[in-house]
Design a protein around this ligand. Structure first.
Ligand code: ADP
Ligand code: MG
Ligand code: MG
Length: 869
């Protein structure tokens, strides 16, 4: 088996074998871009190494030496030869990019001899020793697990002793001393030594990168992004180029478009006289890429051209790493850039407009889950005016968050577990902080730029983030931070505006984000091709308005019971339920009807000609009754009956299994007057709105919990008689539809009979799932975790449709229903109506529309569009 390939050696290899970084280095080499030479060890080697009982890199050593010899020939240098030293980087690169989660070592090949060779050859001893001390530092961290901070502390101590501020102010002698101190750290930390044999350096580094696949931050990242944990990482060995060399040297990171907003144009940062991770690590605050055009105009132009070429080639926004060595530009990495959800939509639309991709590709690149991120909250503008700003920094990732501040990841995690809304405030973040970042509402750093670790990770998570707040200094040890003169302790409350980069004192009121134009464009494209419509479940005027703003084509479920919970209504409802005589019930119902009329009018006015499906009263009546003694006494007083009497009447309504009890259409079989009242209220309000607005309205009245065709026939007749009498009285005509929820398993099986009296079906997947499994939705919480753990069930069937069972029932119902009525309109109005996977499945069954809560409408529209491509 061949495990090693030179860049561009074999065109057929992809990310799976070469890792993302390796595949792109190969591709850029093929395109003729200035990429330092190198080769890639495949993921297969990593898997072989990690899967062995006793991990041992020996199987690779021969092939590795040969690859190295070829690299020596190509570069005209030799690994370990002081006269002509070849230095390389050893870089991890997983099949799916996991930025910063695994390890990389630079300047490999330096030892006490070659460092002098490099010094002689470059006539720059300072540079050579700077490379050497960086190698010892990274090698110690990656191979021996000696923390970066231990080395940093040594460096800081030395700078203090020498009374200098910057690394670059240290003298050559200082660097040599630093190297000795570093080597001593190996001794004290691990009783180890920095290997002087360059071959040993290489072998150890490669193995360490293999092992970094299993480090805890990589694991967390994979879990978070649902990345397959068995793939392993590739390792890239590449000739070093030096951004810390001299004069016109530097290193940087750039995106072809702004990863926070999606705006077109080169966006990035660089540092002159710097190497590798200096930019990303947030150690010095870098300069924006635009100033490179003043400092090194020719290089800037060349880089812009390359960036453009890469974007055209990959047809997506690129995230690139580059290094300039003594006036020579090198590209060290490119990948499709991570971006905020907001940027993702804008970029997708722009790429279509620019002709790089077609609409279908654009639609497929977006994920329904991103939409929540686009509708990011913002602070209320009024609240902002009155707020006290503490500091400001770079707006790295949009959003608005209020929470209590913590200065280290573990504290943040603990506070989050205690239920606090947490904001992580740090000097800078590093991959070790990932567990704390995940649980934070916002991340704030005092250092670093728009491409710093904090910024990149936060954007990936859609988490609000502000970086580089220069007026902020964090003292993690003393658990406090100085916000431009104001000291805030751990646990203080601040508000973070990720749109502007401003940090405010205390809590600020928020408003949900306005819809974005790019999002709307994409969703309109989706609507054009979607084979299934998206309606909404809504009942209050506010929800209904939101649903239509978000693009719902109709209302699939207006639950009337929610309308009876206001204090005044609840009283009338209780009066109606507890009435012993029909005449008393009628009085209460008349009052309730007045209230319902107003409810329905408001809905019809907003809906105009869009379909409205109103479901008649569904829950067991006892849900409306008071269970506290004090409330019962008060109610008895209101109703002018004794407390004993009220207790007796309430007790009479108690059921052992209320969800399988006297509810839904069963209520109307015993109390027809309830549905008659609701039906009249629906027709009367629809007629009034139709006359006033001039829109043709066809109310859709929906009967819940039908299980037999006799129920359906009986209740249809009841409603039809009520409506006909009403219309005749009014001397008006109006179309209406009477349909049913399909939520009792039996109804699925006799759907052909039920369809005789039903104008439409709507699957109530919550009840249908509950009854199909025999799982009580309210009690499943006690054991569903164990079911998922033991993989008895892989997904919560109340969130994602159970295709095999509930899905089969639906299929039967659709087939039988349409056997009776081929044109029968069929919808889904349960929780799963907003779930992207379930939407595709529903479409495949022949469902006409799904109906979900207003906030899920946009993501459902995207999912519906994706079904078509
Ligand atoms: P990550 O995946 O964490 O970004 P990389 O392998 O890309 O790690 O390495 C990090 C940085 O190290 C790069 O951005 C680049 O600046 C520097 N680097 C890596 N290889 C080389 C090289 N051959 N020459 C110069 N710099 C390099
Ligand atoms: Mg890195
Ligand atoms: Mg990189």
């Amino acid at each position: 088996m061949k495990y090693i390939y030179a860049f561009a050696e074999d065109q057929t290899l992809t990310n799976t074998e070469l890792g993302g970084k390796g595949a792109n280095l190969a591709e850029m080499t093929r395109l003729g871009l200035p990429v330092p030479a190198g080769f890639t060890i495949t993921t297969a080697a990593c898997r072989r190494y990690l899967n062995a009982d006793q991990p041992d890199g020996e199987f690779l050593e021969g092939e590795l030496m040969k690859a190295l010899q070829r690299l020596e020939a190509k570069t005209d240098r030799q690994f370990g030869n002081p006269d002509q030293p070849l230095l390389v980087s050893v870089r991890s690169g997983a099949p799916i990019s996991m930025p910063g989660m695994m390890d990389t070592i630079l300047n490999l090949g330096l030892n006490d001899q070659t460092v002098d060779g490099l010094a002689r050859k470059t006539h720059n001893p300072w540079f050579a020793y700077d490379c050497y001390r960086r190698l010892i530092q990274m090698f110690g961290d990656v191979v021996y697990g000696i923390e970066k901070s231990v080395f940093e502390a040594e460096l800081t101590a030395l700078k203090r002793e020498k009374q200098v501020e910057n690394d670059t102010d240290l003298s050559l002698a200082d660097l040599k001393q630093l190297i000795q101190r570093y080597q001593a750290l190996y001794q004290s930390a691990d009783n180890a030594q920095f290997p002087q044999s360059v071959t040993e350096q290489l072998n150890l580094a490669v193995e360490a990168v293999f092992k970094s696949w299993l480090n805890s931050r990589a694991k967390t990242y994979r879990r978070l992004h649902e990345i397959d944990a068995t793939m392993g990482t590739a390792v890239n060995i590449q000739q070093m180029v030096f951004g810390n060399y001299q004069g016109k040297s530097g290193t940087g990171v750039a995106f072809t478009r702004n990863p926070a907003t999606g705006e077109a144009g080169l966006f990035g940062e660089y540092l002159l006289n710097a190497q590798g991770e200096d930019v990303v690590a947030g150690i010095r605050t870098p300069d924006p890429i635009s100033t490179l055009s003043d400092q090194l105009p020719a290089i800037y132009e060349q880089f812009k051209g390359l960036a453009n070429q890469l974007e055209l080639h990959y047809k997506d926004m690129q995230d690139m790493e580059f290094t300039i060595e003594d006036g020579q530009l090198y590209v060290l990495q490119t990948r499709n850039g991570k971006r905020t959800p907001q940027a993702a939509f804008k970029i997708a639309v722009d790429l279509v407009t620019e002709g790089l991709i077609d609409r279908q590709t654009a639609i497929l690149r977006l994920k329904p889950a991103m939409i929540e991120g686009v509708l990011h909250p913002v602070f209320d503008p009024k609240a902002l005016e009155e707020a006290t700003m503490l500091v400001s920094g770079l707006p790295a990732s949009p959003g608005a968050a209020t929470g209590t501040i913590y200065f280290d990841a573990q504290q943040a995690q603990r506070a989050n577990e205690a239920g606090e809304s947490v904001i992580l405030v740090r000097q800078e973040t590093s991959p070790e902080d990932i567990d704390g970042m995940v649980v934070s509402q916002a991340i704030v750093t005092s250092r670093g730029g728009m491409t710093s670790h904090a910024a990149v990770v936060a954007r990936g998570m859609g988490c609000c983030c502000v970086v580089g707040c220069s007026q902020l200094s964090v003292d993690a040890e003393r658990k406090q931070a100085n916000f431009n003169g104001q000291i805030l302790k751990e646990g203080s409350t601040i508000s973070v505006d990720g749109h502007t980069g401003r940090i405010y004192q205390g809590a600020l009121k928020q408003q949900t984000g306005k819809q974005q134009t790019a999002l709307n464009t994409i969703l309109e494209w989706c609507d054009e091709i979607a084979p299934i419509d998206v309606w909404a479940n809504a009942e209050t005027p506010k929800e209904v308005a939101t649903a239509f703003e978000f693009g719902a084509k109709g209302l699939g479920l207006v639950r009337t019971e929610h309308m009876f919970f206001g204090p005044e209504r609840l009283f009338k409802m209780r009066e109606m339920i507890l009435a012993d005589e029909l005449s008393d019930r009628q009085v209460a119902l008349t009052a309730l009807k007045e209230l319902q009329l107003a409810d329905f009018k408001a809905i019809f006015e907003l809906a105009q000609e869009r379909p409205c499906t109103i479901r008649l009263l569904d829950p067991p009546l006892h849900e409306f009754l008071p269970h506290e003694e004090a409330d019962q006494i008060a109610l008895a007083k209101d109703l002018q009956i004794s407390t004993d009497e009220i207790k007796r009447r309430i007790a009479a309504k108690v059921e052992v299994n209320p969800m399988l009890g006297h509810r839904g259409s069963r209520l109307a079989v015993t109390y027809p007057e309830i549905y008659q009242m609701q039906t009249l209220a629906i027709m009367e309000s629809a007629l009034a709105v139709q006359l006033k607005q001039g829109h043709a309205i066809t109310p859709k009245i929906m009967l819940p919990l039908i299980g037999t065709s006799n129920e359906m026939d009986l209740l249809r007749q009841l409603l039809v008689d009520t409506i006909d009498e009403f219309l005749e009285e009014q001397g008006q005509e109006m179309d209406y539809h009477i349909g049913t929820m399909i939520e009792v398993p039996r109804a699925c099986l006799v759907a052909d009979q039920i369809a005789v009296s039903a104008d439409f079906f709507s699957f109530g997947t919550n009840d249908l799932t509950q009854m199909a499994f025999g799982f009580s939705r309210d009690d499943i919480g006690h054991f569903i975790g164990v079911y998922e753990e033991q993989q008895i069930i892989t997904k919560d069937p109340f969130q994602t449709i159970d295709q095999d069972g509930v899905g089969a029932l639906m299929q039967i119902a659709i087939e039988r229903g349409r056997r009776t009525k081929p044109e029968l309109s069929i919808g889904v109005c349960g929780e799963v109506g907003g779930d992207p996977d379930s939407i595709a499945f529903c479409q495949s069954l022949g469902v006409d529309y799904v109906s979900c809560s207003p906030y899920r409408v946009p993501s459902a529209r995207l999912a519906a569009g994706q079904v078509a491509v």
